[in-house]
Write a protein that binds this ligand. Structure first.
Ligand code: SAH
Length: 373
């Protein structure tokens, strides 16, 4: 099906220059002092960046011009330049293509709903996990994103929401609040572990140390890197864990999610259980439903039984109708098949719902992010 190799260690390509958002509050103070400035300037800079959501030194008028230029030059390099923005779903879904300092392209997708607004962020440029149904997986891994490159996607979306760039429930542009973050863009977040965990802290720390988004509103989605799930369990975070299972049996999963050849379904579910026990949070089980591949009634029954046994009330299955990617022979399951699948999982006492898929016409839907330039 696919012969792409699994890549765990990103190619050694230069990460961008140091940025304020790479640093913790204590490190920011140190950096400012080592640049010969007063420590309180760190808090001023942080206030502009994390609370006022601006990275523009000209707007930081409470800092003397010379100081401002030096600090901005050292701590606020331009990391991501928007190359293109496309919208659909009446303007409520917006995909941004970004170019990084070295020309690398990444994407993020902002989705406004009546009751919340979610940003789907990228954690790597490309992906090394080689899942054959995912567009990003077909291009391989270019490099990890830095913590600040991840945080910048979020800061700019938070600013766009505050500035009312997307239409509200009545269809007219209206200010809103970025409330949810999902690490479901390009990349495998747990393969860029340290930077992703640091980004989560920057995203969730209360302003002005961070962007002040609730940890409970952040989802980290993984193919199932078991040691990294265990490590995440020890971080003491309250983020939601999502596991891309896609089938309950090892035989098929070895091909759909090739990392399954390293860590099997049972191991992944045990690690997920450990996370649920520690955090008290339900784990999302992602299931891209593919016609005649993983949508059989017996697989629904097996999935329900397996999840009931391993996770009980701590499982929530998200069925994602497959988004066919260019050149793929696969398709989404017919709606009656999908309904029967959900019914059977529910019958085993496991929560299961179908994920609404946004951004289909602009290649911004699940697994379609593969920046072409
Ligand atoms: N690497 C992480 C996060 C990125 S993908 C992971 O795999 O979990 C986010 C989700 O979209 C994953 O569940 C992934 O399997 C799913 N996905 C990828 N391609 C898809 C496609 N073409 N259709 C539907 N879902 C897809």
């Amino acid at each position: 099906m696919t012969s792409l190799p699994l890549v765990f260690d990103a190619p050694k390509r230069a990460l961008p220059p140091r940025h304020l958002a790479d640093l913790s509050a204590a490190q920011r103070k140190e950096a400012v002092v080592s640049l010969g400035e007063k420590p309180f300037r760190a808090r001023q800079l942080s206030h502009h960046y994390f609370a006022r959501l601006t990275a523009d030194p000209q707007a930081m008028t409470d800092i003397p011009a010379q100081t401002r230029d030096r600090l901005a030059g050292e701590l606020l390099p331009d990391l991501l330049t928007p190359v293109r923005q496309i919208t659909c779903d009446d303007g409520t879904t917006r995909k941004t293509l970004w170019r990084a300092h070295d020309g690398t392209l990444v994407e993020s997708v902002l989705m406004r709903y009546p009751d919340r607004t979610t940003l789907c962020v990228s954690s790597q440029a490309g992906c090394g996990m080689a899942c054959p149904f995912c567009a990003t997986g077909q291009g391989g891994l270019q490099r990890n994103l830095s913590t600040a490159e991840i945080v910048e996607q979020v800061r700019s979306a938070a600013a766009a929401m505050r500035d009312g760039e997307l239409p509200g429930p009545d269809g007219r542009p209206a200010p809103g609040r970025l409330s949810n973050i999902v690490f479901m863009g390009m990349g495998e977040p747990l393969a860029n572990y340290r930077r992703v965990v640091d980004a989560v802290r920057r995203i969730c720390d209360p302003a002005p140390d961070g962007l002040g988004i609730s940890q409970r509103s952040v989802t980290v989605s993984t193919v199932g890197l078991v040691p990294a799930i265990r490590k995440l369990t020890e971080e003491g975070l309250q983020v939601r864990l999502a596991v891309s299972l896609h089938t309950p049996d090892d035989e098929l999963r070895d091909t759909l999610v090739p990392v399954n050849t390293r860590w099997k379904v049972a191991e992944v579910l045990q690690a997920a259980r450990g996370y649920a026990d520690r955090t008290g949070r339900r784990v999302s089980i992602e299931y891209a439903l593919i016609r005649d591949v993983n949508d059989q009634p017996w697989r629904a029954d097996l999935l329900g039984k397996l999840l009931h046994r391993h996770l009980g009330q701590f499982a929530h299955v998200n069925v994602i109708p497959l988004n066919p990617t260019p050149g793929s022979k696969w398709d989404a399951s017919p709606k009656p098949v999908e309904r029967e699948f959900v019914r059977r999982v529910n019958e085993q006492g496991v929560a299961c719902t179908v994920r609404d898929t946004r951004g289909q016409e602009i290649a911004a839907a699940c697994g379609q992010l593969a920046a072409e330039g």
